[in-house]
Design a protein around this ligand. Structure first.
Ligand code: AMP
Length: 507
């Protein structure tokens, strides 16, 4: 999962892109980058770290131009090395920069094919660099013998859809031509379009989430449809086209469970409203499993489970209290490398208020249980704070399959629910009782809010990989690569360091 943004304006966009990335920071805290275009010259700066730490005044000054793209990264494929921060740049044809959210499932085949057939060298292990080169190749083919017009741009995107598999929401700039954005034919990862009418004329902003548009004074226009591309040419004219053969909308359920900000609206469903519904459905299930008189208090694990917990408490008629306080200056725990580090950081991140737990039977609500590290630690903290009984409820079903579409849930053995019954997971996290949401109820939580949404990408819960190309062998391969990260990048040894960051002036 990553955050992407693209903007075309009539005035410099560096600050706008920076502000958009701050609004998308929750989507990736590993690296950040911006590429702007001024009269066919790209300026780019990217590095590992949070947006506020990556960009200094001197970098911002070097990012000149009235259009640009930005990215905040959360590593799912490849490594978290600095060369894999985005955007990526390729100099032919035209000069293209690209930022991508998602994950390609046929990256290895494409990389090989690019090298053998298309004579293109991919210098990192990033699937986004592969995607950029596929787009570049297809733009070259589409424009062969004539100029690159709008039809040719859309034709190239149609070819990308035919070659690339997996999840991708993309923003790209083609030097001298314009800004391109597109979404994969299954509409797995989100992307939306906003507009702002100013004295200078119309400005466009595309972003992973609507929160980025609203926060910057853009009016939400619509979500980009699955398979659709939009292109804003150098005259500032917007072109839109469906480029996929059989598009269908299957948004990722995990966006609603956890990834997106609650104030975003994705594919016509308010994330906040879906989380309230998750709480209601979960309450129905809890009522069947735990005698209500045994629950003294409902507590969220801050922050993402809060809307579900509030609604759940209301529906059960049980008191809602905040027993854990989050240190908001600490990053998300799953970003931390290694299990030991993760465990430690749970305690750094959350602290219990003993008076809220003393001699009480508490029902803790979390949005999901992935590795189980957080849940186990939190149950223990609740007991140490004096709780008598600790019940645990997850607003999402058991996570039992790896996610191959851009969420970091790569190996089955890292998932606490894999190969375990609910009772066994309950024992593992040392709770007195554990209740998981049913998948059907989770899906209904979203389609209740937008009835047009009927099909979802929910593979981490049901193992159904909508792109149809994910085989057990592919999953095994991913797991081997994960357990053995050094084995994969064979070309590491001969890789040369490329530094595409522009030279910076002294501050
Ligand atoms: P854990 O079960 O210890 O992995 O922690 C799960 C919590 O981390 C959930 O409640 C989510 O809030 C959050 N989370 C969401 N996505 C992920 C992910 N891909 N990997 C790990 N944790 C995640």
């Amino acid at each position: 999962m990553c955050g992407i943004v693209g903007v075309v304006s009539h005035s410099p966009v560096n600050q706008l892109l920076y502000d958009a990335l701050l609004l998308l920071q929750h989507r990736g805290q590993d690296a950040a980058g911006i590429a702007t275009d001024q009269s066919n010259t790209f300026s780019m700066y990217k590095a590992n770290g949070l947006v506020r730490d990556v960009f200094r005044t001197r970098n911002m000054r070097s990012l000149q131009g009235n259009s640009g793209i930005g990215h905040c990264r959360y590593p799912t494929a490849g490594s978290s090395s600095e060369e894999e921060a985005q955007p990526f740049y390729v100099n032919a044809p035209f000069g293209i920069t690209l930022a991508h959210n998602g994950n390609l499932t046929n990256q290895a085949e494409l990389k090989e094919e690019m090298f053998r057939k298309d004579r293109r060298h991919i210098n990192t292990n990033s699937d986004s660099e592969v995607l950029l080169n596929v787009l570049a190749h297809e733009l070259q083919e589409a424009a062969f013998g004539h100029t690159l017009d709008v039809d040719a741009v859309f034709k190239a995107v149609a070819m990308v859809h035919r070659r690339a598999r997996g999840a991708y929401a993309v923003v790209a700039q083609i030097a001298g031509h314009g800004l391109l954005a597109f979404r994969d034919p299954y509409g797995i990862r989100p992307l939306c379009l906003g507009i702002s009418e100013s004295e200078g004329g119309t400005e466009y902003l595309v972003a992973s989430e609507s929160v980025a548009l609203e926060g910057l004074g853009f009016r939400f226009v619509r979500d980009i449809a699955p398979g659709e591309a939009i292109f804003i040419d150098t005259e500032g004219k917007l072109h839109e086209r469906q480029c996929a053969d059989n598009p269908s909308l299957n948004p990722c359920v995990f966006e609603y469970v956890y990834l997106a900000r609650p104030d975003s609206v994705i594919d016509g469903a308010s994330v906040y409203a879906t989380r309230l519904r998750m709480g209601e459905y979960l309450a129905d299930k809890i009522r069947k499993e735990i005698p209500l008189e045994q629950i003294d208090v409902v507590m969220p694990i801050p922050d993402s489970s809060r809307p579900a917990a509030i609604q759940l408490a209301l529906k059960l008629g049980v008191e809602y209290r905040e027993g854990f306080i989050k240190n908001r200056y600490i990053g998300r725990t799953f970003i931390m490398p290694g299990q030991g580090m993760r465990k430690k950081s749970v305690r750094q991140k959350l602290n219990a208020i003993p008076s809220e737990f003393k001699d009480k039977n508490v029902l803790l609500v979390d949005d999901s249980i992935v590795r189980g590290t957080t849940s186990r630690e939190i149950v223990q903290m609740a007991r140490e704070a004096g709780a008598r009984k600790v019940f645990f409820a997850s607003a999402a079903p058991p996570v039992v399959f790896p996610n191959v579409y851009g969420i970091d849930m790569p190996t089955r053995d890292e998932l606490i629910a894999y190969g375990r019954t609910v009772d066994e997971v309950c024992k593992e996290i040392t709770a007195d009782h554990l209740v998981y949401q049913d998948l059907d109820a989770l899906k209904r939580s979203i389609s209740d809010v937008n009835p047009a949404l009927q099909s979802f990408e929910a593979s981490c819960f049901d193992g159904v990989y909508i792109t149809g190309d994910v085989t057990p062998a592919y999953l095994d391969q991913l797991e081997t690569a994960r357990h053995n990260p050094k084995a994969a990048p064979a070309e590491d040894a001969v890789r040369t360091q490329l530094n595409l960051n522009p030279p910076v002036a002294a501050e």
